[in-house]
Design a protein around this ligand. Structure first.
Ligand code: SF4
Ligand code: SF4
Length: 241
């Protein structure tokens, strides 16, 4: 490598690392538990909205609130779930504004998304867990939930899509569920098939989103209008205290 070329490469690396450190500082100062950085160029262009990098914002859900859940979700869990989503949306908005001040137009994907996709009404504009897996922050459990290495499924996720030059983590390539099947047994809707996740596996091989959604709507209509359950989150031993 020529001397001038090496100098340019090193300047790009420094800028990438400085920007990444500034984003982590900002995110954490606003309440994020962890930020992850992924190279999303392996995804179809329309899914990544023309962006090359994903920034995953993770917030831990309160153990105190999760520990109250026994046979069904609680009103407190429903309120907390929405508060965490609001906090994630505030953080991803602030990250976008910061990136745009640096000259990188960016997109915040809401923590809880509703899009009208005729092929899959249970999907979002961008799958947060795909970004988190590509960032190497955890794996997809038998429950189809994202399982963080430390906090398990006891988290909520948000994403910023950008073209800012950011160094990225190493994608997770295998499940760490091992022989555990606790969530399969815990699901009252029998929606979890019990398969071990592999990269690229379609969601419906892991769980039946329709059965899960119908169970919540019918059985938990009196709690948060049937929008939450949480039993597979609480049952998972990863991150449980
Ligand atoms: S959220 Fe509830 S119904 Fe849905 S998969 Fe988890 S345990 Fe089953
Ligand atoms: S309960 Fe067990 S099988 Fe289910 S996601 Fe957690 S570790 Fe994996």
């Amino acid at each position: 490598m020529e001397k001038s070329e090496a100098k340019t490469t090193s300047a790009i690396f420094d800028k990438s690392e400085t920007l990444r450190a500034a984003l982590i500082d900002l995110g954490k100062s606003l309440g994020a538990t962890e930020l992850g950085f992924s190279d999303i160029e392996c995804l179809p262009d329309e899914k990544r909205m023309g962006c090359s990098r994903g920034i995953t914002v993770i917030i831990r859900i309160s153990d105190g609130i999760l520990n109250q859940i026994e046979n069904e979700p609680t009103q407190t869990y429903f309120s907390h779930y929405r508060s965490v989503n609001r906090l994630i949306d505030n953080i991803t908005l602030r990250l976008v504004l910061f990136l745009e001040e640096q000259g990188y137009p960016s997109i915040a994907i809401p923590a809880s998304q509703s899009v009208s996709d005729p092929k899959d009404k249970f999907t979002g504009a961008f799958q947060h867990k795909t970004g988190a897996v590509l960032a190497g922050q955890g794996w997809i459990g038998r429950s189809a939930l994202f399982i963080h290495h430390t906090h398990g499924p006891r988290i909520r996720l948000g994403t910023v899509l950008t073209n800012a030059p950011l160094s990225t983590g190493l994608p997770t390539t295998e499940s760490s569920c091992g022989s555990c099947r606790v969530c399969v047994k815990a699901c009252p809707a029998m929606a979890i098939e019990g398969c071990l996740w592999e990269p690229g596996m379609p969601r419906n091989k892991l769980y039946d989103a329709y059965s899960c959604s119908t169970h919540m709507k019918v059985d938990y209509q009196h709690i948060g209008r049937g929008a939450v359950c949480g039993l597979c989150v609480v049952a998972c031993p990863v991150g449980k205290k």
